[in-house]
Structures are given as C-alpha cells and as structure tokens.
Design a protein around this ligand. Structure first.
Ligand code: PMP
Length: 365
C-alpha cells in the first residue's frame, strides 16, 4: 500500500486558475466574442475536414496554417508558431526559455497566467508594478531589468484586466534594456490602434502572441500563435509535443482567414460598443472607468452595497440580476474593480441598466 504522493514542493502553494462559469443570461466575464463565427464558416470548415485522411497524423509543423497566418499579417511563415490557444504558446515559451534558475518579469496587475505558467515551469517571477494609469513606465522597467536580468520580460498590450495599451516606444525601450526575450501578449491586439507586430524581425528577441479566441470567435477550438524570430520558433518546435495541434484546429484557422471582412466589421462594431459603454460608465457617479484598447473595460466602484467590500458586493448584485462580469475587486492594484466584456448591444444595455439600478439603490444619482 502506498501513501498519496505529493506534487513537486514548489507547486503545493499554487492555486489553479479560476473564472467562475455561472448559468446567467448575460455573460460578460471571459472576453470572448459575443458572436458565433460568421454564417458560412462552419460549412466551409467541415467541407475541408471532409477531405482529410483522419487515420494519418496532422501536419506536425502546421505549414498551411502558418503560411495563411503569415500572409494575413505580412510576416514570413518561419516566424509563426501555432498552438492550442495562446496559453499553450506562452507555456511553450516558458518551457523553452524559463525554468529553474531563470527569471520572468511581469508588471502587475496583469494577466494571471503569465506568472502562473512561469511558476509551473519552475521560473522565478519578478513582480514589477504599473503606474497609476496602469501603463508600464519604461524607466522603472529598465531599472528592474538591470537589477534582475530576467531571461523573459512579459508585456501585455492591451493589458488584461486593465485594457491599457503600451505604445511601441515603450516596447522598444524595454527591448533595448532586456538581456533575454520580450514577450508582448496581444491577445486583444486587433481591438487596439497600436501593435508591436511590426517590431518583430529575425534578429530581435521579441515575441508577439495572438489568439483566435476573441476576434475570430473560435474560443471553443483553442488556437493561438506567436510571431517571433525563426531561431525562437525552432526552439519552441523542439519543446512542444509532436502533433499537438489537431487537423480540425489547423483547418479552422485557415478557413477563418477567408472571413476577414466579416471579422473586421465585428471589430469595428465592438470598438463602437466599447466607446458607448465607456461614455455611459464615465457619466455614472461612483464609477471610474479606465481607457481600454481591448474588447473589455475595467471600472472601479466607489459607492454601492457591501461597505469596504463594495466591489464584490456590486458583482454579487449584478449576478442576482443575471449579469456576470469578472470580479477583480480583491486583486492588489485593482481593488473595487470589475471588468466587463463588450457584448452585443442588447447585452451591454442590460449590463448598464443593472449597474445603474444597483448604484441608484445605494444612493448614487
Ligand atoms: N492572453 C491574455 C492576455 C488573455 O486574456 C487570454 C485569455 N483570457 C489569453 C492570453 C489566452 O487565450 P487563449 O488561450 O484562449 O488563446
């Protein structure tokens, strides 16, 4: 008889990544697209899939998908690496360039998975902080980089959960100072005006990650990619499991790109809705909303139920009204803040009216 075996010592203190999935009518908590893929996509994808010999392994290096993505963003295919969601891209980057004795620098508050995956891979996490406007300050970033010499620096632009966009000049300054890889997570890049994609070249240690989960309405299929120098892509290919990306995902990624015009129209619509939500939140007493280049908005509540724990109390009151947003109210740096994903116009209106009701009940105008 054996006792239960414990996991690695460095994993025992780690908690899993959780985002509550509640059964409510308005779900604005996980930054997905509110729209299913365009009509025609599923038929076109299934038609492609019908021609595939399913008894054979898929193309291990996803050549067709890499060329299609490369062409769509003006990058050569050897700079493209694809995986099951951008989370798997991040994990592969950390497996290749992080690990025991190595360091990754993050600027909090930011996407929790950067430090979570870093820790899982045994990488030490160095935590820098953001300015009050949630931007990364190039001078303090440079000082931290000089002090800790991290093998990896994570930026996230637009940043989750704050929506803040780092201008290319900030990325360039950090790239200049960093001794190792700079990874810019652009999961929401299509919603922003500025991107670091054009800074990627064959010599710079810059990686930009993107996903099909948001703009491309394919969160259920799990597809993400990065654009990086070919020498980085070669290392990622060594580390990732063989045949990790199944044929249906590869074909979905290629087929989706045929619907670019529809996707661009959706981006425009969601950006318009984001601005409508921003203006409406900005007018509310007791609410501070932060500028966002993403398909979500972070806002702080300074009035409402719950006393000291008012952010969480407002979140609960929203759930009672059938509206689920993401609760960041107990996170350091974003206390009393909630994050709302931009949904359809009707969902956004339902969100606004629930929030207004809650605040009105608690004395705000
Ligand atoms: N990066 C950021 C900043 C995200 O917010 C998300 C999704 N929550 C991801 C990466 C992961 O996306 P996926 O694995 O679905 O591509």
């Amino acid at each position: 008889m054996s006792d239960r075996i414990a996991p690695r010592d460095d994993l025992t203190a780690l908690e899993g990544y959780h985002s509550p999935q509640l059964d409510v009518s308005v779900r604005l908590n996980t930054n997905e697209s509110p729209f299913p893929p365009p009509p025609g996509f599923v038929d076109a994808w299934l038609e492609e899939l019908g021609t595939v010999p399913l008894h054979r392994y898929p193309d291990r290096s996803a050549r067709g998908l890499r060329s299609a993505i490369g062409e769509s963003i003006g990058q050569p295919p050897p700079r493209v690496f694809c995986a099951n969601g951008s989370n798997e891209v991040l994990q592969t980057l950390l497996l290749s360039y992080g690990g025991t004795g190595r360091r990754a620098l993050v600027f909090e508050p930011t996407y929790a998975l950067h430090s979570h995956i870093a820790r899982i891979t045994g990488t030490e996490v160095i935590v820098g902080s953001r300015r009050d406007d949630f931007g990364v300050d190039p001078d303090s970033a440079r000082a931290l980089i000089e002090q800790h010499q991290p093998e990896i620096v994570f930026l996230c632009s637009p940043n989750n959960p704050t929506g803040t966009v780092d201008p290319p000049a900030t990325v360039a300054a950090i790239l200049d100072a960093a001794p190792g890889l700079v990874i810019v997570d652009e999961a929401y890049g299509e919603f922003a005006r500025e991107s670091a994609l054009d800074l990627v070249d064959d010599d710079r240690a810059l990686v930009v990650t993107r996903t099909y989960s948001k703009v491309w309405s394919l969160a259920a299929l799990r597809l993400g990619f990065c654009v990086a120098p070919p020498w980085v892509v070669a290392e990622l290919e060594k580390v990732v499991l063989p045949y990790h990306l199944d044929v249906s995902t590869q074909l979905a990624g290629i087929t989706a790109l045929r619907f670019r015009a529809e996707m661009e129209a959706r981006i425009a619509l969601l950006v318009e809705e984001r601005e409508r939500l921003f203006a409406a939140l900005d007018e509310l007493d007791g609410v501070t909303v932060f500028p966002s280049g993403a398909n979500f908005l972070l806002f702080r509540v300074s009035t409402g139920p719950g006393g000291e724990d008012r952010g969480h109390a407002v979140w609960e009151a929203m759930v009672e009204r059938g509206v689920l947003v993401r609760d960041f109210s107990r996170w350091p740096g974003v206390e009393d803040c909630l994050r709302v994903t931009v949904g359809t116009a009707a969902e956004n209106t339902a969100f606004l009216s629930a929030l207004k009701d809650i605040l009105r009940e608690h004395g705000a105008r």
